[in-house]
Design a protein around this ligand. Structure first.
Ligand code: SF4
Length: 325
């Protein structure tokens, strides 16, 4: 991230749920910032809290504690006009274009919906903006007359992107935006996201379960495990030299194996524990190939800067002696 004031700031974000007598710490003190025009990826296995974090940013859910700021404004303080502006400024594209598009609506109505809800525009201007949004995502203006079932999966995702784009958002939250698509068209859609970002200067928060799909798009990566960020930093640094044992394991899983490659991979053993009963100490310790002793079982490591690791912060006792700042 550059020196620009962040567009999005998330501070100590926390979301706990009650399940019977137990408490699930779905998101547990997560902090990060995204600069204008930058992309941050939230990465981790299911149950790590990345989707809940995205829902909190989208105001589809309320945090138990912590704050979210867009352009310095605390989302909890927004009045009606501020909320309307938020709905224009922050849009989402979800994993499954089938479930996110109303099958009974024509593409024109789907794409125009945000503008109809949040802005008062005449028919001609609406049509002009729908045409522009469809063109921007590589569809034709005459596609506006069609229904979602008349499109392929990739085209439906383009319709979903056009409908997110039409209000000229400043932040797009992308929840596994290509994982439901055929492998053959994933790179087309990822290219489209890159091109749209270059053209419109939007910031992205991408939610993804594997590191592979984020490499191409993310400036920053935040790796989450059982509700917390365990490593965060510039994407290139993380791909070149991951620090946290969990990041190393995720990366090993994302890379194709080759018989000639020296086998220094740290494989991920066992299942992710239930967030209802996260292991004490470092939550990753039952699966950690680098476990260093009782401290891992008793003390949760802080997310600290690590010497010689650039702008990275890592939550692991392996680096505690080398923490800086
Ligand atoms: Fe592994 Fe211990 Fe580091 Fe946790 S704190 S990741 S258990 S070495």
């Amino acid at each position: 991230m550059g020196d620009a004031a962040p567009l999005l700031e998330v501070r100590e974000l926390t979301r706990h749920f009650r399940v019977g007598k137990a408490q699930v710490r779905a998101v547990d003190g997560v902090s990060f910032a995204v600069a204008p025009g930058d992309t941050l990826a939230l990465v981790g296995e299911s149950g790590c809290g990345k989707t809940t974090t995205a829902r909190l940013i989208l105001q589809l859910d309320e945090p138990t504690a912590g704050e979210i700021r867009l352009d310095g404004r605390d989302l909890r303080q927004l009045d009606r006009a501020g909320l309307r502006q938020f709905r224009n400024d922050v849009q989402a594209v979800f994993q499954d274009p089938w479930s996110s598009l109303n099958p009974r609506m024509r593409v024109r109505e789907i794409v125009a919906e945000t503008l109809i809800c949040n802005q008062r525009l005449g028919r001609k201007e609406l049509d002009r903006q729908v045409d522009a949004a469809l063109t921007a995502v590589g569809l034709r203006p005459d596609h506006a007359r069609n229904y979602p079932h008349e499109f392929s999966g990739g085209q439906r995702q383009r319709v979903a992107i056009a409908s997110a784009l039409i209000s000229r958002p400043r932040l797009l939250v992308l929840d596994e935006p290509v994982s439901a698509l055929d492998v053959s068209i994933r790179s087309q859609i990822m290219n489209l996201f890159k091109d749209l970002q270059a053209e419109f200067g939007m910031s992205y928060v991408i939610v993804a379960h594997d590191l592979g799909t984020t490499r191409y798009m993310a400036d920053q990566i935040a790796v989450m495990y059982l509700g917390r960020i365990v490593e965060i930093g510039p994407s290139e640094e993380i791909f070149e030299a991951p620090k946290h044992p969990y990041t190393k394991a995720l990366l090993a899983a994302a890379l194709p194996s080759h018989p000639d490659t020296p086998h220094d991979r740290e494989e991920l053993a066992g299942e992710i524990p239930s967030p209802l009963e996260p292991p004490p100490g470092c939550h990753f310790h039952p699966r950690c190939p680098a476990f260093i002793g009782p401290v891992c079982e008793t003390d949760y490591p802080d997310l600290d800067p690590v010497e010689g690791a650039g702008a990275r912060r890592v939550a692991c006792h392996l680096y505690r002696g080398a923490a800086v700042g």
